[in-house]
Design a protein around this ligand. Structure first.
Ligand code: SAM
Length: 285
């Protein structure tokens, strides 16, 4: 639920008895697509800001934390990520970070709502700056169906950068979807999914761990990072592996990475997987 005052956008988190606001200068666009309502605002301090169905999605100022943490931990853990798919992620920020890795030979983004990407191109051009990379393919369609149809053992990494588990994204949080992803992954392949707030959505995290394990994944682990514009300001991603092989962080490659990151580094990588006691207990097998 959201409320637009004269100078503030507010997302109310009814169930948590809390709310988050950004001061806005003006509304740049509002569109109802077949899938969702998209709004873009110009804020006074956070740059442009996208909202989908009243929920905060991306701000120009702080999206780097989310996009770096959705990509570099998994890509620097997989031994040799060549073929990567991003499900959702229509703002293209996750795709951009994937394409920074020179060992990635192909990166496909499957976003259900083309308007999210077209508006990102217009209002967040910095996130879309690698969309013309010859290794990138933008597909507009349902990620659930795309994964079902994907050739078995054709992918190394699946990144699920989705909206909350409602509407078209609901099926992206299901055991059958994880099974289809597992089928599309090569042995040693990895999956990472945004997994909501550890504080407010513990049940989603717990269900995700259970579903990924029962879909046959190993090493199901959650990493955490701050994300001011999302409910509670504290967010997570959950990572899992197909197969027994245990590879760790490719430290030397992180140290020698040929691109800049603003948030991610080897210390952050290790620290992100350290969990507070209540999460350790909730996510224990
Ligand atoms: N970072 C954001 C967050 O955690 O709140 C998510 C951003 S991204 C804009 C999420 C995208 O997932 C949306 O653009 C939405 O259209 C897309 N999406 C939702 N369900 C989908 C599906 N089944 N297949 C492909 N894309 C989907």
């Amino acid at each position: 639920m959201s409320r637009l005052d004269t100078h503030w956008f507010t997302e109310i988190h009814e169930g948590a008895g809390s709310a988050f606001s950004l001061r806005i200068r003006k509304k740049l666009v509002e569109e109802q697509t077949p899938y969702q309502r998209i709004e873009v605002f110009e804020t006074t301090d956070f740059g442009n800001f996208m909202v989908i169905d009243g929920c905060t999605m991306v701000s120009a100022r702080e999206n780097f934390i989310y996009h770096e943490m959705m990509t570099h931990p998994v890509l620097y853990t997989h031994a040799a990520p060549k073929n990567v798919i991003v499900i959702g992620g229509g703002d293209c920020g996750t795709l951009r970070e994937v394409l920074r890795h020179s060992e990635v030979a192909s990166a496909v983004q499957v976003e259900i709502d083309e308007r999210v990407t077209r508006l990102a191109e217009q209002y967040f051009p910095e996130l879309c700056e690698l969309n013309e990379d010859p290794r990138a393919t933008l597909i507009f369609g349902d990620g659930i169906q795309w994964i079902k149809d994907a050739a078995p053992q054709s992918l190394d990494v699946v990144i699920i950068d989705s909206t909350d588990p409602i509407g078209p994204a609901e099926g992206l949080f299901s055991r059958s979807f994880y099974e289809d992803c597992r089928c599309a992954l090569r042995p040693g392949g990895m999956i990472v999914q945004q997994s909501e707030s550890p504080l407010l959505h513990l049940h989603i995290l717990r269900d995700m761990h259970t579903s990924m394990r029962s879909a046959g994944y190993n090493d199901v682990k959650t990493l955490q990072f701050p994300q001011m514009i999302y409910p509670s300001g504290w967010w997570s991603a959950t990572i899992a592996r197909k197969g027994e092989e245990i590879a760790g962080l490719r430290e030397a490659d992180v140290a020698a990475k040929p691109f800049e990151t603003k948030y991610y580094n080897a210390d952050i990588h290790r620290a992100a997987f350290a969990l507070p006691t209540f999460l350790q207990q909730a996510l224990a097998q």
